[in-house]
Design a protein around this ligand. Structure first.
Ligand code: FES
Length: 119
């Protein structure tokens, strides 16, 4: 059923700190959907972009808002508070009012588990 999902690895994660944590099940995140999860003191947003799972910090770099409450348009998340936009694959801030990129986390899929390397 989820054969279309692809693994997304970070080369850095494969060679340095690895701390993979299961944060959700694939069945909880349909295509085009966003899900906020908490891992320890981290708030992480998960995105399903065409069957690829991506993860970023969930808290906007502009002010306090949860990106998981925003809108996913392709691979761009729009913040619900002031409409700042970030690329979810790279974390790149796409212009005012956001100036600082958002942290991205390596993601992998193991069976039905979505796992994030929180480092
Ligand atoms: S809090 Fe996200 S754009 Fe302002």
């Amino acid at each position: 059923m989820f054969g279309g999902f692809r693994f997304v690895y970070s080369i850095a994660a494969m060679t340095s700190n690895e701390n993979w944590v299961t944060v959700a099940q694939l069945s909880e995140l349909g295509e085009g959907e966003i899900k906020g999860v908490e891992v320890g003191d981290k708030q992480i947003a998960l995105y399903n972009v065409g069957g690829e799972i991506h993860a970023t910090d969930n808290i906007c770099t502009h002010a306090f808002a949860l990106l998981s409450d925003g809108w996913l348009d392709g691979d761009v998340i729009e913040c619900p508070l002031h409409a700042g936009r970030f690329e979810v694959r790279t974390g790149k801030a796409l212009g005012p009012p956001v100036e600082q990129d958002i942290k991205v986390f390596p993601v992998r899929v193991s069976g039905s588990d979505i796992q994030v390397n929180i480092g």
